[in-house]
Design a binder for this molecule. Structure first.
Ligand SMILES: [Zn+2]
Ligand SMILES: [Zn+2]
Length: 339
């Protein structure tokens, strides 16, 4: 009997969900695997004990098929179903995968609150990060452009900074950082003035709309964002939602090289609906010299569990912890952000 780490099991289920999502016909099955992964990442049950008692199916979202995968993980530490899906989708295991785990993960750099489209207050999010033992949390609500998310302009950002100072007093050992997830406009300009971006701790530039621009215009748009002096990282670089929305296509190599040149990191967004990049693209970005952020893009505290679920992508891409911002102590992170 194998004492399988529930986080390792959650990552296997999460990767299966990701691979199934590539096939639109498997959408529901994909979601079932992602949901079970999320439940396990949050509750961290003793899987070997549940297996011994024959009650793996008592876990939320775990039916016959998922229970079979869990049983094999408990008994052998391995899933032949995952291996088969990897082979079928042309993504076999590789020798040079890294051995990343959550032990060195210090904090999340991409999260939302009720200030924009999040479902929790800043205090609730801060307490959630504190409970996970994070040393820092960056609050990155949206910029004003997309009206439905109630994005923040300069005045509300100033108000938000006052609330942050108050919340900071109520948490222990956790440093709050104020950031923004600023929209990359069609021409590559950003949705807030430089004078505002300059004073924020972290600037994530993300593409949200007009993702299907033709590749040449999209390349220009992304190059401009990747070379902007105040941008720290490119959020969910293609904007895709596997199985439901195709993402942007552009000259990824050129954009990753430009990002690397300017010290701009690229993000692995662990929201199971996104999982953007992909292992192959993350590998390309690594070869281009980029640093990375591995983010939850959490809209509520329980969604912080997306990171332990999604970390498999960075491992499969062979990214070592020293190339990931979230694995740096706060002092080191601050230096990297104010390069
Ligand atoms: Zn976004
Ligand atoms: Zn976001």
């Amino acid at each position: 009997m194998n004492e399988v780490d529930p986080i390792v099991a959650a990552q296997a289920l999460s990767e299966i969900g990701y691979l199934l999502r590539q096939d639109p016909d498997q959408k529901f099955r994909a979601r079932a695997f992602s949901d079970a992964a999320w439940a396990i990442a949050q509750e961290r049950p003793d899987l070997a004990e549940l297996h011994r008692a024959g009650v793996l199916k008592s876990l939320p979202g775990v039916g016959e098929g998922i229970a079979r995968v869990l049983t094999e993980l408990v008994e052998t530490g391995h899933s032949r179903y995952l291996d088969r899906l990897r082979a079928e989708t042309g993504q076999p295991s590789r020798e040079d995968e890294s051995t990343l785990d959550m032990s060195g993960y210090r904090g999340d750099l991409h999260s939302h609150t009720k200030w924009s489209d999040g479902r929790a207050t800043m205090l609730e999010m801060a307490r959630g990060a504190e409970e996970r033992g994070y040393r820092y949390l960056c609050v990155t609500d949206h910029s004003p452009r997309i009206k439905v998310v109630n994005g923040l302009g300069p005045e509300r950002l100033l108000e938000q900074s006052k609330e942050m100072a108050e919340v900071q007093k109520q948490v222990d050992g956790l440093t709050l950082l104020q950031g923004i997830e600023v929209d990359i406009l069609e021409d590559g300009a950003l949705d807030l003035p430089d004078a505002v971006l300059e004073i924020l701790d972290v600037v994530i530039a993300s593409p949200h709309v007009k993702l299907r621009q033709e590749p040449e215009a999209m390349t220009h748009r992304m190059l401009r964002a990747a070379s902007h002096p105040h941008v720290d990282l490119i959020g969910h670089p293609t904007g895709r939602r596997p199985g439901s929305r195709e993402g942007a296509t552009y000259d990824f190599e050129a954009v990753f090289k430009e990002a690397a040149k300017h010290g701009v990191a690229v993000e692995i967004d662990c929201d199971p609906a996104r999982m953007d990049l992909s292992p192959e693209m993350a590998r390309l970005a690594l070869e281009c010299g980029c640093n990375f952020a591995v983010s939850s893009d959490a809209h509520s505290p329980n969604e912080f569990a997306y990171v332990p679920m999604g970390l498999w992508m960075a491992r499969r891409a062979g990214i070592p912890p020293e190339r990931i911002l979230n694995f740096q102590p706060l002092e080191e992170l601050t230096i990297l952000l104010h390069r």
